[in-house]
Design a protein around this ligand. Structure first.
Ligand code: TMP
Length: 217
């Protein structure tokens, strides 16, 4: 289980595919390191050797390969490995952890857009994650008509969720917005339609306001 050292914390950057999470997670990681903080950058699905193996099953291939409940179970198996092998040991060692995606992705993709239902997600979540929560979740919000184009331009074979189409991604966006607005103490909704620098500035403001860490850009 997680035995978090004081001073350490867990930050999640989440949102629709193509919203710029990868770039912003890296900028945040670099700035925290430059500040002399001990920090690791991770991602989901993945973030540990076992979870990266499961990721390969989930993100590539035919859309119909798994139904949403099967996706959920695979993703939570990966999340368990990520927690046990990466996140909890890092927090116990007093390190900050930044993760590109975490459980809100399961709520938005499988729970809402995939029709598994939020109650069902919470059942699995409770079993796998217990009461452990991120200290701050930054939700990057962008119209899927734009984000999907960006994600598709990036290319590659990890496009199974992008192939689910615009209406699926619109439901994902709506769910992320709902999750952010429901928990304003732990979540910040960030407009990702602006430039990389503007989005970075918003994120750094939230980090200062909520976690008391001043970062240089
Ligand atoms: P990524 O492209 O941000 O690395 O994420 C890969 C895909 O995994 C993305 O399209 C969304 C999907 N995903 C879920 O459906 N549920 C989850 O819980 C997570 C973490 C990711």
């Amino acid at each position: 289980m997680n035995t978090r050292q004081s001073g350490a914390g867990f930050i999640v950057i989440d949102g629709v595919d193509g919203a710029g999470k990868g770039v912003q997670s890296r900028l945040l990681f670099d700035a925290m390191q430059a500040q002399g903080l001990e920090v690791i950058l991770s991602r989901e699905p993945g973030g540990s050797p076992g979870a990266e193996e499961i990721r390969r099953l989930i993100v590539a291939g035919d859309v119909e390969k798994w139904d949403s409940l099967t996706e959920l179970l695979l993703i939570y198996a990966a999340r368990r490995s990520h927690l046990v092998d990466t996140i909890w040991p890092a927090l116990s060692a007093g390190k900050w952890v930044i993760s590109d995606r975490f459980a809100d992705s399961s709520r938005a993709f499988q729970g809402v857009a995939g029709d598994v239902g939020l109650e069902q997600v919470e059942l699995v979540h409770h079993l796998v994650v217990g009461s452990f929560k991120p200290d701050l979740t930054l939700i990057l919000d962008l119209d899927p008509a734009i984000s999907l184009r960006r994600a598709q331009q990036r290319g590659g074979h990890e496009d199974r969720f992008e192939k689910k189409g615009l209406s699926y991604q619109e439901k994902v966006r709506g769910a992320f917005r709902m999750l952010a607005l429901k928990s304003p103490q732990t979540h910040a909704l960030i407009d990702a339609s602006e430039t990389v620098e503007q989005v970075q500035a918003r994120i750094f403001d939230e980090i200062k306001k909520r976690l008391g860490i001043e970062l240089n850009r």
